[in-house]
Every structure is written in C-alpha cells, then in structure tokens.
Design a protein around this ligand. Structure first.
Ligand code: SF4
Length: 290
C-alpha cells in the first residue's frame, strides 16, 4: 500500500523500497542521546533526550545533518527497542523527549508514545520542519507538548529552490495554526524549562534577507506575539553540497534580528559569531543499540 502521510504524498510502497523521504517500513534512528545544543528552555542543564530519525521529507540543499537527511544514515530498530530508548533517555536525566525529523515514522511511533506518555512523565517535543500534513499533526494531537518547528521560507519558490518541494509556505501556514490549537500559548516551569507551546526557529540564510523579513511579518500576523517564542539563528555554514555557498553577513543577520525585536518577539537570538558546525552532532548510532 502506498504512503501518503506527509505533504509530498509520494505514494511509495515502503515495504518494497524507501519513499521520497528515504524511510522504509521500519524505524531507523541515527542517534538517541542527551543533547545540549537546543535552545536553553529545551536543553536546560541536563540535556534534551534527542532522538534523531533517519531520512527527511525535505531535501534542503544546505542541510547541516546531510548524512541523516539525504543519505538516510540510521540503524534499524524494532518498536520495542524504541520504547526502551524512551526510558533510557529518561534515566539519563533528560528534561524532555525530543523527536527530531520523525515525520515519516509517525504512524509507528505515535501509538507507542501514547501508551508510554503518562508513565514517562516528560514533555514531548516535536522537532520538525514545519512541512507537516494535517494528517501527521492529527497523530500528534494530545501527544505533543512542544512544537519546535522551523519557519523556513515565506515564499514557496524559495522552498522549491532550496528544499525541493513546491508548497513549503502553503503547508506551513496550515500547519502552524493547528500546532497552536493543540498546545496553546508557551508555558514554562519554575526552572525556566518549556512545558507547553510553540517555539519557532528561523535560520537566516545568505542572500535571503527579504524572505526572512517577510517570514517574521507572516508569523506575527498568524499568532499573538506573546504566545510564541522565536529562535532566530545565524549558524548557517555552507555544507559543501549546494547553495547557499557563502556565509551570512553581519548586516543580513542584524537587520532580521532588528525586525524581530521591533515586532516584539521574545525568545532566543543567536550571536552572529555562532557560525560554526559545532552545533551539529555527529551521527554514529549513539544510544540506538544496547
Ligand atoms: S512520509 Fe515518506 S514515503 Fe510517506 S508520503 Fe512522505 S515522502 Fe513519501
């Protein structure tokens, strides 16, 4: 039977061959470890229990996790092993469980998470591209506590050029209101850790300053600004696989950051000097097998 789960709707029979996202019919993980490089309200002192899934429904030319997203690096595991990993991360002290690019696997993991959520007692973070179908988001309703989503582009044509899909912005503008409907305004515990809400990431890309400015305006029109947190990122580094091939300039980043402040966004504004691959974990299947 064909898969039509994500907005690509490629119709692949995943029992025979991987779909356009690179995912087959079994779970594949690239890494399942404590992660300290998310925003402070997600990583905290003890780290976020980050589970990196193999493959991706987008094909961003500049992806910083190229081996995982484009080359589908990962280790196949059973649903039972996935269940164990959730508890192993909790035992390691994770503040939350952070599902990174889990889109192709939602039909497999959502029932497991539903069974374990109360026993785990940790917020579930859905760390995603913003390119999620309504069907995918329905699977997360009542399950996800925090949407940590990208807002990549304000214009479909840029999404087509850089991520290989014709409708990124259209899909995102349907997905964001549904995310907000499910989890509501941002909430934090006494230690400043996020417990509910939507945290929107925007990576400022070289040569795309006007699109970034438009993205901020779109987001401010979509949701009460005090209800959301923005994470504005300058960390783009050319990955050697495609455009953009140059670094971001200080002017590009600071003009976007100024606009975000002017609009009244709260959240995280990366230092301009953060252009480094240090934020990219290496992927060797850490924590995936016993
Ligand atoms: S999740 Fe993967 S296999 Fe399913 S429709 Fe999307 S790209 Fe195709």
């Amino acid at each position: 039977m064909g898969c039509y789960l994500c907005p690509r709707r490629c119709g692949a029979d995943r029992t025979r061959a991987p779909g356009a996202c690179g995912a087959g019919d079994t779970l594949r993980l690239a890494r399942a470890e404590l992660h300290f490089w998310e925003e402070p309200c997600i990583s905290g002192q003890r780290g976020s229990g980050a589970i990196f899934f193999s493959g991706c429904t987008l094909r961003c030319t500049y992806c910083q996790n190229y081996e995982v997203s484009h080359k589908s690096y990962g280790i196949g595991i059973t649903p039972e092993r996935f269940r164990e990993i959730l508890y192993e991360l909790k035992e390691k002290g994770a503040h939350n469980l952070n599902l990174v690019t889990a889109d192709p696997y939602l039909a497999i993991i959502a029932p497991i998470l539903r069974e374990e959520k109360d026993k785990l007692g940790l917020p579930i973070v859905y760390n995603c591209s913003g390119y999620e179908s309504q069907e995918q988001l329905r699977l997360l309703d009542g399950l996800c506590d925090i949407y940590l989503t990208d807002f990549k582009y304000a214009d479909n044509s840029l999404g087509e050029r850089l991520s290989g899909v014709p409708d990124y912005t259209d899909v995102l503008l349907r997905a964001l209101p549904e995310m907000f409907r499910q989890v509501g305004a941002c909430r934090f515990d006494g230690e400043g850790m996020m417990t509910k809400g939507v945290l929107v990431r925007h990576l400022v890309l070289p040569g795309c300053r006007k699109d970034s400015l438009a993205a901020l305006t779109m987001l401010s029109d979509l949701v009460p600004i005090g209800d959301v947190r923005l994470s504005l990122m300058s960390q783009f580094t050319p990955n050697g696989h495609g455009e953009p091939s140059r670094r971001l300039t200080r002017f590009e980043y600071e003009s976007v950051a100024s606009k975000a402040l002017l609009l009244g966004f709260e959240g995280y504004f990366q230092e301009f000097s953060s252009q480094t691959s240090d934020y990219t974990p290496d992927f060797h299947g850490q924590g995936v097998t016993k």
